[in-house]
Design a protein around this ligand. Structure first.
Ligand SMILES: Cc1ncc(COP(=O)(O)O)c(C=O)c1O
Length: 412
């Protein structure tokens, strides 16, 4: 980029000054100076809200400590679906009664994919892409082994992601379920969920989206798109904290015909009836297994309300501007040092992170972490720069990019 173009680009200070979401950054906890210079990994683990400490303390004292076992009757039995409904309304485009919170993403994936295969007799193929997140692929390998099903691998361009054309020739009357990530964990590619869902359903298969990298950063319209199933984590852009529980979305039209495979008492129709055998609950509750992780659900509730207060469209607008800025800086500072941007250039096809490849980025990441600049590294060479729309400033992106450039230059 020449100097004329460089002077035309606003500075990070100018961008921060006109950012309509700038004041939201105040809502997040900031560690003591020296510990953190730039956090570029909210796509792995979101930062806590300042409100979270007080929220947890109050839960311990007022709810757990004071109500004790009565809390289950008074509040907690419905917490998975109450929190699920709120996630659904604010971030998923889902009407009430279709989302529940609990388990890990991996376990939720197992429950829903296995239920989908079981519900499609005569269909013995599961479609998934080779570049999907390992846990999605591993869970599917396990289910295929258990059920004698065949995996049909989508071979898409790893620097982008799965498009409708990549599914040609893979969908047939044998396809039971298709499992894809809405935003690819490596490239950040944002799939056309509506078009792909339509294609998959036209083939008589069920569509499951992994929303880990899109929930809370990209607007979703699961009901309007006709999505059957979705799973997502809450520790990235929903800032639920390390290991906070996942959510599962099961379209109301599918709930009665799906039977999830881990039959526990909390998903039974009368948990405290101590009945002789399992009968699934009506509706979304049948996708619950054991005692819900109520304590671990508390922090994400404030983040969902923060998102509700600004709206998902504003979140997406900031996310696009942040990734555009990061791409421009990477072009100026990192590409001349031999790095390659391996994320889509088209903003309509990009989620809230970008990945830049260089053979030395493993070593660079170590140096950066020591300096309080925190992106993450995904083998073989990818430095992922995650931009959380509500907590990341443009100044942080610039500072981070300069630090990456300097650390790389030191090693060259
Ligand atoms: C796309 C995707 N799926 C699943 C997971 C993780 O699953 P779990 O929450 O079970 O660790 C991640 C974690 O980063 C992910 O990026």
């Amino acid at each position: 980029m020449n100097s004329v173009q460089q002077t035309q680009r606003p500075t990070s200070a100018e961008l921060d000054a006109v950012d309509p979401l700038a004041e939201q950054r105040e809502a997040f906890y900031t560690p003591d100076a020296g510990q953190l210079a730039a956090y570029l990994d909210g796509n792995s683990l979101g930062r806590p809200l300042k409100a979270t400490s007080a929220k947890l303390a109050s839960f311990v004292q007022d709810a757990w400590g004071s109500r004790l076992i009565r809390g289950w009757d008074e509040q907690w039995m419905d917490e998975p679906t109450r929190v699920g409904d709120r996630i659904g309304a604010v971030t998923l485009g889902a009407a009430a009664g279709q989302v529940t919170v609990g388990d890990s993403t991996s376990v939720m994936l197992y429950k829903l994919i296995r239920a989908a295969v079981d519900a499609q007799p005569g269909r013995d193929e599961i479609v998934v892409d080779r570049d999907n997140f390992p846990t999605d692929r591993f869970i599917i390998e396990g289910i295929a082994a258990e059920k004698g099903a065949t995996i049909k691998w989508v071979a898409s361009n790893p620097a982008s992601g799965v498009r409708t054309t990549d599914l040609e020739g893979l969908l047939s009357e044998r396809t039971a379920v298709v499992v894809l990530s809405h935003v690819a964990y490596r490239s950040g590619f944002l799939a056309d969920a509506e078009a792909i869902t339509t294609l998959v359903k036209d083939a008589g298969a069920l569509m499951l989206w992994d929303l880990c990298h899109s929930v809370g950063s990209v607007p979703l319209e699961l009901d309007a798109w006709g999505v059957d199933l979705a799973v997502g984590c809450t520790y990235k852009y929903l800032n639920g904290g390390p290991g906070s529980p996942a959510f599962a979305y099961v379209n109301a039209a599918q709930q009665d015909r799906l039977q999830q495979p881990i039959w526990g008492w909390m998903g039974a129709d009368n948990p405290f009836g101590m009945t002789e055998s399992y009968k699934p609950a009506e509706g979304i509750r049948r996708f619950i297994t054991g005692t819900p992780p109520v304590l671990a659900m508390q922090p994400l509730k404030d983040m969902v309300e923060l998102i509700a207060s600004v709206g998902m469209d504003a979140v997406r607008e900031k996310s696009i501007k942040l990734t555009e800025y990061a791409v421009a800086l990477a072009e100026d500072m990192l590409v001349p040092l031999g790095a390659e941007i391996v994320s889509p250039r088209n903003t309509a096809e990009r989620g809230s992170h970008i990945t830049v490849d260089h053979p030395l980025f493993g070593e660079v990441t170590q140096k950066l972490w020591e300096r309080g600049v925190i992106p993450d590294f995904r083998p073989p060479h990818g430095l992922r720069i995650g931009l959380s729309p509500l907590s990341t400033s443009y100044a942080e992106v610039e500072l981070g990019m300069i630090a990456i450039r300097d650390a790389l230059a030191e090693l060259l």
